[in-house]
Design a protein around this ligand. Sequence first.
Ligand SMILES: *[C@@H]1O[C@H](CO)[C@@H](O)[C@H](O)[C@H]1NC(C)=O
Ligand SMILES: *[C@@H]1O[C@H](CO)[C@@H](O)[C@H](O)[C@H]1NC(C)=O
Length: 649
Amino acid sequence: HHQDTNHLVMSMHRLLKFPIASTFPLFSVQLIHVACVCAGHNASRDVVTLVKSILFHRRNPLHFHFITDAVANQILSLLFQSWMVPSVQVSFYDADELKSEVSWIPNKHYSGIYGLMKLTLTKALPSDLTKVIVLDTDITFATDIAELWAIFKKFTGMMFGLVENQSDWYLGNLWKNHKPWPALGRGFNTGVILLYLERLRRIGWEQMWRLTAERELMSMLSTSLADQDIFNAFIKQNPVLVHQLPCFWNVQLSDHTRSEQCYTEVSDLKVIHWNSPKKLRVKNKHVEFFRNLYLTFLEYDGNLLRRELFGCPTQATSESIRLQGALEELDEDDQCYDFRRERITVHRVHLYFLQYEYTLTGDETDITLVAQLSMDRLQMLEAICKHWEGPISLALYMSDAEAQQFLRYAQASEVLKNRKNVGYHIVYKEGQFYPVNLVRNVALRNANTPYVFLADVDFLPMYGLYDYLRKSVVQLDMAHAKKALVVPAFETLRYRLSFPKSKAELLSMLDMGTLYTFRYHVWTKGHAPTNYAKWRTATTPYKVEWEADFEPYVVVRRDCPEYDQRFVGFGWNKVSHIMELDAQEYDLMILPNAFMVHMPHAPSFDISKFRSSPGYRYCLQTLKDEFHQDLSRKYGAAALKYLTAQRNI
Ligand SMILES: *[C@@H]1O[C@H](CO)[C@@H](O)[C@H](O)[C@H]1NC(C)=O
Ligand SMILES: *[C@@H]1O[C@H](CO)[C@@H](O)[C@H](O)[C@H]1NC(C)=O
């Protein structure tokens, strides 16, 4: 096996999207290859549960091969990069390039064209990969995948390892005129396949499955179960090529199956296959047990899977070397060690957790509302969607279990379900501080429009703000000038507010004391330069000068500087960003007919911690000083004014 592994390793260097710094060590344990076809947002979410269940039980190094469309590629490549699981490699193959191989096959199965792509693996995967385990995304492992891999050893001349289909589908006669594709007996289920690629290539599989498909399609017209029909028709002609796997390697939970006859003890179970769009609602006497197993991995903290494998040398990636270096540079006696440690923590990120659709408007004026939140602000989402019809990029700071809660919430909400132009990006929780600027940056980086409105999730934009801002972007020639358009911020202390429908209405509410300028009672400096007195009567945009602690909500071009990630928890997260915009000579322009209103909520955990801890305040001051030094280094003498402004307070 060693030679085998070593040989593969050479070719993997070519294939890997993630650079490996050192050479791949010879493992005393075997490298296991897993292939999966994954397309779209939903499958990219489902496949994570499969991956977690494999990682949880495994003791071997793994190499995942994902056949992906552009969506799944974007989601999974960042997820694995940021997950940094030791002894796991990931390669991606472009499903679009494989489409022409299978698009000629008429198919009625819900998996669509992607379901058929399993037929093309001998071609899609590296030509020197000899064996692979092929899995559907709706599989959960209850055991170490190495046990399944070991079955390859039992193959005498065989090329497929498969479990019998546990339904009666291929027996035919399920209803009048039910005519399934030809199959051996009940047929085989292709949710779990041991695929001996090397042997299949040798017999010319690429031609053979095509011939089978062409022949059967003359009478069948289309496939009902995608790749599975073609595999089965082929196997019927060549039964000796199959090694039948015990059925506990693919316990199928679709309706009307005989899955219970497949195992005597639930503890024998090795792989569960949720092969029904109805998934969790199937009737099986152990379904509770299955459901719990599935939910366990669904909500399992993925950070725990970053553990090293026992007795397995870890290959160092350039990223892990960089992090190790950064970690070693930290001084453990530093009073602000925790803050600095947080700054180099890599959080797992799952982009586009829900379905997302957005097409660029042709006129290059589109604006994305950018914000971040955690579980405790979820209830704001519906209201924001009602106040802003344009695209939204949201980063959500959550645990794995909270992300599932969020998913259920979003799927139950009529308002959220009907909005496809909201990108939800999960940043998984880790460490003791809220890494607010890191989370903001994830939302900012994943906005797809030329402009962004950098907002906060506890604000409601005025009705019509989206259209007004798009007009302002043109009027103020944002495409050719460095400008930050300020949306003046107000607040209410009332949970039930009849939201002002115009500037005139807002002004009268200000006069009546139903509304205030933002942070009027606690921190006027944050928005003082907006000059609310001037704004009352302004009819055209006016420029203001930067002042210390100014933290307005602004519209800028998407290529604006990112937030400084050293600021975690409470304090200076937006202030530092606005300062940097000013250092880069952005003009701060106040919009005369725009406003947003802060809605009341309980104080966040980090604020309470800030208020009660002198250590926290000391470290924030230290970080501020370092930020100033960095600004001067970057922007020269001009940046000295920030230091002076700070001292004068
Ligand atoms: C993804 O799942 C949602 C329900 O959660 C469904 O409405 C949507 O149609 C699915 N998308 C695709 C492309 O299957
Ligand atoms: C087996 O047959 C059933 C039809 O009853 C079908 O729905 C299923 O997809 C087939 N294969 C699997 C995956 O069980």
